[in-house]
Design a protein around this ligand. Sequence first.
Ligand SMILES: Nc1ncnc2c1ncn2[C@@H]1O[C@H](COP(=O)(O)OP(=O)(O)OP(=O)(O)O)[C@@H](O)[C@H]1O
Ligand SMILES: [Mg+2]
Length: 245
Amino acid sequence: MPPSTPTDTPPENRSTAMPAARARGLSKTYGRGETAVHALREVDLEIPAGRFTAVMGASGSGKSTLMHCLAGLDRPTAGEVTVAGTTLTGLDDDRLTRFRRDRLGFVFQAFNLLPMLTAGQNILLPLELAGRRIDPAARSRAAEIAEILGIERRLGHRPAELSGGQQQRVAIARALITEPDLIFADEPTGNLDSGSSAEVLAHLRSTVRELGRTVVMVTHEDSAAAYADHVVLMSDGRVAAGVGV
Ligand SMILES: Nc1ncnc2c1ncn2[C@@H]1O[C@H](COP(=O)(O)OP(=O)(O)OP(=O)(O)O)[C@@H](O)[C@H]1O
Ligand SMILES: [Mg+2]
C-alpha cells in the first residue's frame, strides 16, 4: 500500500485538521546501559481521524510499544503523545486511567471476554465499569452495534458458545460501546482462521466507514493490512514509511 498523500484524504475529512492521535519525538527504552533496548526511537507520527490505520513491521520493530504508548497503556521514556487534543504524557495515573476508559477502545489478540457473562453483558461491561447508567439509549446503541457486527442473534450466549470470529466481534462491540474517539487493536486476527479474520476485518473497517470511528490496528499480515486506509511501517523502533510526518 502506498504511503499516504494529501490526495488520499476523502473530501469529508479534508477539513478535519486535528489528527486522532499524534506522537512527537516518542522514544521508549527498556532497561539501561549495555542491555538497553530502544523499542521506539524519536517517532513522529499522526494518526488521521476517521480512518483505518494499520501498523506493520518485523517482530520486535516496536509496533506494540508504539500502540501502548499512543493508547496510554505504557509511558514513553521521552516525547509526547496527544490524543483527541489531550496530551497523555501530562496526565497523572488516575486521569490517564479515566481518559483510557472514557475515550479509548481496545481489542486484543486474545479476546479477553469474561466467560461467565453473556455476549450482551460483555458488550455493556465498559459502561458499568465507568459507572454509567444502562438506559434504553445505551441498550439500543448496543443493539445497533451488534447488528453492524452481525452478532445480534448471539447476544444471549456465553463466549464458550461462540466461534473465535464471533468472540472477536463481541470484543469489538465492547470496544465501541463507550463511543471512543479511537480504537486500538493489537493483532486482532492473530488467533483466527482466515475466514473469521476476513469477517472481523470487514467489520472493523465498517466501524470506520459506517460509524466514523478511528481504528489503529497492529498486524503482521499483508492480507489484514489490505483492509486499512493507511499503513505505518515500523523498522527498528522508527517509522520507515507511511503516515509519518
Ligand atoms: N517490557 C519489556 N522489557 C524489555 N524489552 C521489551 C519489553 N517490551 C518490549 N521489549 C522489546 O522492545 C522491542 C519492541 O517490542 P514490541 O513488543 O513493541 O515489538 P512488536 O513489533 O510488537 O513485535 P511482535 O510483532 O513480535 O509483537 C523488542 O526488542 C522487545 O524485545
Ligand atoms: Mg507486538
